[in-house]
Design a protein around this ligand. Structure first.
Ligand code: PMP
Ligand code: GLN
Length: 394
């Protein structure tokens, strides 16, 4: 042992109670590792197994060749913020000022963490809807906030239950975190939902965080209802999105936060000390690529075809499919196949069928068993077909 190393116990004592006692390695990492170990088809972690557009890659290469290799401005490359401002105004009729209201982040994950750390003070309550994306609660806990869990209504297709949200609001409520299209349930917002939300927040001082990373993956000709489409909601909301989902570049880790300038100023205070700025050539690449709207307009059709292919195949098994209105995830009930709890069933699926999925119970704080697992269909058709072939055994 090197003379300066402390014995393990002493180091554990020095570290003391964890800042995040309830957190282990994310389920996405765990299931991807298990899938690799057992040679399973990985329909667990949400990422495409196909490549992004070669034109986008060329923009990245061109940006590096043009010498865009030093720090970007803290808030993001101006051309990218400008392109985002135009895109959002065209799509959602709300103009975000590129200088004061748009911040480019290292993926949506960092935008979420920076926003929560900036806005939530120790002891503040933050309402999240369960099942909840896995980074939200750790972000709240690091800020010293208290997560308040309100379930989506599983019996009504995971619809938000606004009366329960209203009932959860107290004088300590600081923030309500929303995510539609919703991971993992695929639920989208209706017009009624926006009206209900406007009504709920009108008489309160609460802020909103709206994670809209699946904004371009909404099916059956439904619109994406961004919170930015409501002036009343936009005035108190941080809207977050990510190029990773929209352009098949989850590994580039570039996303952004849109918010009124007073909120943006606070978010940037944290952002500048988390990462300072985000990789420069990638930002130039997206600025150039956004000039053509076809790739993001076409995304819903691209994924709807995959959703339908996968659903058709799974309908021939004993899995019972749940509705999927958006995102690249679909839930399926396996109660006709097994009585096992979700985490155990997911392990068994890897070993017995050679297909990896995510147990939905991991998106709940309280032990919750609905016998439902999540499949990711952002995969090549041949990957989906191979998974379906294996699942015929189920
Ligand atoms: N929010 C949700 C709901 C997500 O599903 C994901 C990633 N799958 C993220 C945030 C994180 O996005 P990013 O990879 O851009 O950090
Ligand atoms: N958001 C992706 C999912 O839900 C995974 C992202 C990650 O691995 N952190 O599967």
């Amino acid at each position: 042992m090197p003379h300066h190393a402390l014995p393990l116990r002493a180091l554990a004592d020095l570290i003391g109670p964890s800042r995040l006692p309830n957190v282990g390695t994310t389920i996405f990492t765990v299931m991807s590792a298990l899938a690799a170990k057992h040679g399973a088809v990985n329909l667990g972690q949400g990422f495409p197994d196909f490549d992004c557009d070669p034109r986008l890659q060329q923009h990245f290469t061109d940006a590096m060749a043009a010498g865009h290799n030093q720090y970007a401005p803290m808030a993001g490359v101006p051309a990218l913020r400008q392109a985002l401002s135009v895109k959002h105004e065209q799509l959602y009729r709300h103009r975000y000022d590129p200088d004061t209201e748009i911040t480019v982040t290292a993926g949506a994950t960092q935008a979420i963490m920076a926003s929560v750390l900036a806005l939530v003070r120790p002891g503040d309550e933050v309402i999240v809807l369960e099942p909840v994306y896995d980074s939200y609660v750790p972000s709240i806990e690091l800020a010293g906030g208290v997560p308040i869990f309100v379930p989506l209504d599983a019996a009504r297709g995971y619809a938000p239950d606004w009366e329960r949200v209203r009932a959860a609001i107290t004088p300590k409520t600081r923030l309500l975190m929303l995510n539609f299209p919703h991971n993992p349930t695929g639920r989208i917002l209706r017009d009624d939902d926006l009206r209900a939300l406007e009504d709920i927040v009108a008489s309160t001082g609460i802020l909103l965080l709206s994670d809209e990373v699946y904004e371009h993956i909404v099916f059956d000709d439904q619109p994406h209802r961004s919170l930015a489409t409501s002036e009343q909601l936009a005035a108190r909301t941080v809207v977050i999105s990510s190029f990773g989902k929209t352009f098949h570049t989850t590994g580039w880790k570039i996303g952004y936060a849109l918010a009124p300038k007073e909120l943006t100023a606070e978010v940037r205070k944290v952002h500048q000390f988390m990462v300072f700025a985000v990789n420069t050539p990638g930002q130039h690449a997206f600025a150039a690529y956004l000039e053509d709207p076809a790739p993001y307009f076409g995304l819903r059709h691209f994924y709807q075809a995959k959703r339908d292919r996968f659903r058709l195949g799974l309908a021939r098994t004993r899995f019972r499919l749940l509705p999927c209105e958006g995102t690249y995830f679909v839930l399926a009930d396996y109660s006709a196949i097994s009585d096992l709890p979700e985490a155990e069933f997911a392990q068994k699926m890897i070993v017995d069928y050679g297909v990896a999925v995510i147990p939905v119970s991991v998106f709940y704080r309280q032990p919750f068993e609905n016998r439902v697992v999540r499949f990711c269909f952002a995969k090549k058709d041949e990957t989906l077909d191979e998974a379906l072939r294996r699942l015929q055994r189920a």
